[in-house]
Design a protein around this ligand. Structure first.
Ligand code: PLP
Length: 387
């Protein structure tokens, strides 16, 4: 690791992971790295126990009553594709939003281009929030699914999922959320919010390694399998196993990744989601206040800190965000993300398309000193920019 790096790109992936987590992951894999649930020997059962334990902790985290309906995938993108492939048929309609990441926009566009579905996207207001009534107005007789972002990875705003869930439940349309940015740092409550499925990734706020993620599916949602193969059970049957989690998991699962996810979860369970969010928001507020004093720096959709995650999108007047990101890296050893953040439609709305923004995203291991250094660096760029 670059020793002096100030890492403020936690919305891309959290870095570093909790102290010792990766060592413990490797140790666990060294001792129990066999095919879970596939063998009749003790070690295979022990490996399966670890997988079972992580499913059950994730079910608790999302308040999903059935731990078997926690399906492991490679990331949130994979989970979203599984939902769309497994639920949509010719003639179906989907409601989504302009806040979405390309992991939602591209599969939807692909299905529309093939003539299979149609979709409508709800807008968002000046503060970066969707209006659940807009979702309601867009629902039609053939709407099969509402698929929306929980926390915007470009703006940091937390969307009104509970209210949207109530509307979806009244209309009898399943609500699926993209919790890539929220899982592990913002509460997700499937039962209270009438959420039918949660697509999550393991390597962001769940503090696990890349290559992990999953889908939490409510007991009443039907998703057809779109991938078929070995499940370790019922092998004489050519029909893919229809029971969860096998229904949506084909092939050997990512055991080492799940062991790493277990370590990430341990940190979250010990520290508490609210405490992690609160600590990140303290730094977010400090950063926003520091940057708000700079004449040529503007930020987007971050006036308040209520319903906000610790992510701040900014621009420096007249400067390409890519250049600003490179200066922060080269001159100050600060890692941020510049550009569209895979959410192009957000930038059309906030008028930062096509160059995007500079995004600072705070993680659980950032410190006050990191934020002070970021403010100093931005102040120096601002001075230079003013001439
Ligand atoms: C809001 C949102 N959705 C989906 C994704 C995709 O996550 P992954 O790349 O882990 O599949 C991301 C990743 O940046 C994201 O921020």
């Amino acid at each position: 690791m670059n020793p002096g790096i100030i890492y403020l790109d936690n919305a891309a992936t959290t870095f570093p992971k909790p102290d010792g987590a990766l060592d413990r992951m490797i140790e666990s894999y060294r001792k129990k790295g066999v095919s879970p649930g596939r063998g009749s020997y003790d070690l295979a059962f022990e490996a399966e126990d670890i997988v079972y334990d992580v499913r059950s902790r994730l079910a608790k985290l999302f308040n999903n009553p059935d731990l078997k309906r926690i399906v492991f995938t490679s990331n949130a993108t994979d989970s979203i594709n599984i939902v769309l492939q497994g639920m949509l048929n010719r003639g179906d309609h989907v409601v989504s939003t302009r806040l979405e990441h390309n992991s939602v926009l591209r599969p939807l566009y692909h299905l529309r281009k093939k003539g299979i579905i149609t979709y409508d996207l709800a807008g968002f207001d000046q503060k970066g929030f969707i209006d659940p009534d807009d979702i309601s107005r867009l629902i039609r007789d053939n709407t099969r699914l509402v698929l929306i972002n929980h926390v915007s990875n470009a703006l940091g705003t937390i969307q009104p999922i509970k209210e949207t869930g109530r509307i979806c439940a009244e209309k009898g349309v399943p609500l699926v959320i993209d919790a890539a940015q929220s899982a592990g740092v913002i509460p997700v409550n499937m039962q209270d919010w009438n959420v039918s499925a949660v697509a999550f990734t393991g390597h962001k706020s769940l503090l696990g390694p890349t290559g992990t993620g999953g889908l939490a599916v409510s007991p009443d949602l039907v998703i057809e399998p779109s991938r078929f193969g070995g499940t370790g059970i019922d092998s004489e049957n050519l029909l893919h196993n229809e029971t969860y989690p096998h229904r949506l998991e084909a092939g050997t699962i990512n055991l080492i990744g799940i062991m790493g996810l277990s370590e990430g979860l341990k940190y979250i369970e010990k520290t508490g989601i609210e405490a992690i969010h609160k600590q990140e928001m303290r730094l977010f507020i400090k950063l926003r206040e520091g940057l708000s004093n700079l004449e040529t720096v503007d930020y987007y959709c971050a006036e308040g800190s209520e319903n906000h995650a610790a992510l701040l999108s900014v621009n420096i007047n007249g400067m390409d965000p890519g250049d600003a990101g490179s200066i922060l890296d080269a001159d100050y050893n600060i890692a941020v993300r510049s550009g569209l953040h895979c959410a192009p439609l957000v930038h059309e709305v906030i008028k930062t398309y096509p160059r995007g923004t500079v995004r600072f995203s705070i993680g659980p291991f950032n410190t006050v000193e990191h934020i002070e250094k970021a403010i100093e660096a931005m102040a120096a760029i601002d001075r230079f920019n003013r001439g």
